[in-house]
Design a protein around this ligand. Structure first.
Ligand code: ZN
Length: 130
């Protein structure tokens, strides 16, 4: 199943936990695995704290500081920093499903990571029933 995510900024973390949970509910899976895949080369997906919004903001700030937009990149499209961030953070996550719920830790949420927005993006979700 394919989800749409619309980013508003050049770089942005978007909490997609509730949409993924809704997809799990729609499929009626009680127990199994939820595979989340981002089919883009300048975006990613990660799991981290979603209680304090300063956490995703700090992670994004570190990524933007460590991987600046204006290094001596060779890629002519001009978005090499976004490609690097995408590879470092990664294109997929696997989350266990237990009692029909994503089995995340208390403070965990799933973030779509935009590194070359604003754009309309997609996230693919594959559920495997146990
Ligand atoms: Zn590019």
């Amino acid at each position: 199943m394919k989800m749409t995510v619309i980013s508003q900024n050049k770089t942005q973390f978007i909490d997609i936990t509730s949409q993924i949970q809704a997809a799990v509910k729609t499929q009626g899976i009680n127990s199994g695995l939820c595979f989340v895949f981002v089919p883009h080369t300048t975006a990613a997906v990660t799991i981290n704290e979603n209680a304090d919004p300063a956490v995703p903001s700090d992670i994004l700030n570190v990524l933007n500081t460590v991987i600046p937009r204006d290094l001596d990149y060779r890629h002519m499209e001009g978005n090499s920093a976004a490609h690097v961030k995408s590879s470092l953070v990664g294109a997929s996550e696997v989350i266990a499903v237990k009692n029909g719920q994503l089995d995340l830790g208390t403070w965990q949420g799933v973030y779509f990571c935009e590194f070359d927005g604003p754009r309309t993006r997609h996230v693919n979700i594959k559920l495997i029933e146990e």
